[in-house]
Write a protein that binds this ligand. Structure first.
Ligand code: SAM
Length: 228
């Protein structure tokens, strides 16, 4: 039997209204339809998409207030986590940057079909210009944290948060990234752990405490070969 979105979300203490359910259902249909033409996700089963893409993205609203805030999602791919967040918090101002043109083209179609407003940018994060600007910068499944920090922290405003979504092995990544986070003007605060079925998930809370030096981000070759 098809799993019920409302019941699933209620099990996780997340309230969702009928119009939001409708948007997520449409999102699923469009995602699976386009996935047969362009590679967007390896996860296509309805229940898996609900849990591993939608719920995983939306979990953030339990811990952070996104109302009327500015969020940048780096390497959003098929829209995760920012577009499910936008469905749940319509006042959230979402900007997406992704290096793959076909994914941005997909997002243009998707956001039109489900009537979501978001700024969609085809480009590389390390070349982006809106420094020290966003209340939140999110990224999921884009790069290891020591590399990802340089792709994301420069764009967080002072007082804002960098929220990388990671799996259970985040600790090793965090250890090797703490110096770099500091160099970029960030400060690690805590990790929020949660569970969706057997999957352990973690969101790292990294605060921006001072503006990032203009030296960063460097060109991608340097970020990769000499992580901070
Ligand atoms: N965040 C999505 C998710 O969790 O399903 C997509 C993850 S996908 C594995 C990684 C995405 O990051 C790809 O769409 C890729 O184009 C993008 N990406 C990787 N490096 C990037 C960079 N430096 N700037 C912008 N996008 C980047």
């Amino acid at each position: 039997m098809k799993i019920n979105i409302k019941e699933l979300f209620e099990e996780h203490d997340i309230k969702i209204n009928d119009s939001q359910v409708e948007k997520l259902e449409k999102y699923y249909e469009i995602l699976v339809d386009w996935n047969s033409k362009i590679n967007l996700t390896a996860i296509t089963d309805y229940e898996d998409v609900l849990k591993k893409h939608f719920l995983d993205s939306i979990y953030l609203i339990k811990h952070f207030d996104f109302n009327n805030k500015f969020l940048l999602d780096v390497g959003s791919g098929a829209g995760f986590p920012s577009l499910p967040l936008k469905i749940m918090v319509p006042s959230l101002d979402v900007t997406i940057i992704d290096a793959l043109k076909k994914r941005i083209s997909f997002l243009e179609i998707l956001t039109k079909e489900i009537d979501l407003k978001a700024k969609l940018i085809h480009g590389r994060a390390e070349e982006f210009k809106n420094r020290n600007y966003y209340d939140f910068v999110t990224a999921r499944a884009v790069a290891r944290l020591n590399i990802l920090s340089e792709l994301c922290i420069p764009f967080v405003k002072v007082g804002g948060l960098f929220l990388p979504l990671k799996g259970p092995k985040y600790e090793e990544e965090l250890d090797e990234s703490l110096n770099g986070i500091k160099t970029l003007g960030g400060r690690y605060i805590q990790t929020i752990n949660f569970q969706i079925d057997d999957n352990s998930r973690s969101v790292l809370k990294i605060e921006k405490v001072s503006n990032t030096n203009k030296l960063y981000p460097r060109q991608f070759g340097k970020i990769k070969s000499k992580p901070l």
